[in-house]
Write a protein that binds this ligand. Structure first.
Ligand code: AP5
Length: 214
């Protein structure tokens, strides 16, 4: 099963993608996580990506597409994947279609997790991310057992640089200008489903599973 998670920054795409990957035994491919790992490791890609990410802009399409399409060649992608944060522009979506068409495949579902902008700002200020494994928490909605420490790996939690309120506002306007048009793109392909992302995390998950099937 090949799933695309759509939605504004902070809508809960990563949270749900993680759970879906586990349920359907497919990998969770997050372009944001890939870039953050590259930044942490000081790679050339990371250095380039950081200049865009820190101001809430998108990394240029040519740095993203090959990276994701190459990832599909890994054996764990044989039964599909859940894409989180990709595609994010119409050219990225077209490049994805073209890459899949070459191997006679298509995307099965595009799930739009809908959350209004005002709720996003509040969520982002409470998000905490693990410096070790990248796990995501929320100080109110999904707290760790020990404050400031990751449940998975014991490393410390931080507020992501791009989760500062001013950067979040910029990310939201970039989302509306460049990523929201994908909703119409996938609607026209008849693979779009919409879930209410303001509900409790488990309710959102159950709504998605209802769409995808057990
Ligand atoms: P990326 O990491 O993809 O960030 P994003 O899309 O902005 O999404 P987020 O990770 O911020 O949010 P999310 O929707 O996953 O929400 P989460 O589950 O964490 O990208 C970062 C940057 O990388 C981009 O700005 C860009 O520069 C670059 N980039 C990445 N991909 C790119 C691409 N394809 N092309 C170009 N550039 C690219 O949830 C948010 C918080 O809310 C958490 O604290 C969570 O615990 C909480 N929460 C989740 N669900 C609920 C709920 N139902 N109720 C209450 N709280 C909830």
């Amino acid at each position: 099963m090949k799933i695309i998670m759509l939605g504004a920054p902070g809508a809960g795409k990563g949270t749900q993608a993680e759970k879906l990957a586990e349920k359907y035994s497919i990998p969770h491919i997050s372009t944001g996580d890939i870039f953050r790992a590259n930044i942490k490791n000081g790679t050339e890609l990371g250095k380039k990506a950081k200049t865009y990410m820190n101001v809430g802009a998108l990394v240029p399409d040519d740095l993203v597409v090959d990276l994701v399409v190459d990832r599909f060649k890994d054996p764990d992608c044989a039964n599909g994947y859940v894409l989180d944060g990709f595609p994010r522009t119409i050219p990225q979506a077209e490049a994805l279609d073209a890459a899949l068409m070459e191997i006679g495949e298509t995307v099965d579902f595009a799930i739009n997790v809908e959350v209004p902008d005002e709720k996003i700002i509040n969520r982002m200020s409470g998000r905490r991310t693990c410096v070790g494994c990248g796990a995501t928490y929320h100080i109110k909605y999904n707290p760790t057992k020990v404050e400031g420490i990751c449940d998975n790996c014991g490393e410390k939690l931080i507020l992501r640089d791009d989760d500062m309120p001013e950067t979040v506002k910029n990310r939201l306007s970039v989302y509306h200008a460049q990523t929201q048009p994908l909703i119409d793109f996938y609607n026209k392909k008849d693979i779009l489903a919409v879930v209410d992302g303001t509900k409790d995390m488990d309710d959102v998950f159950n709504a998605i599973v209802n769409i995808l099937g057990e």
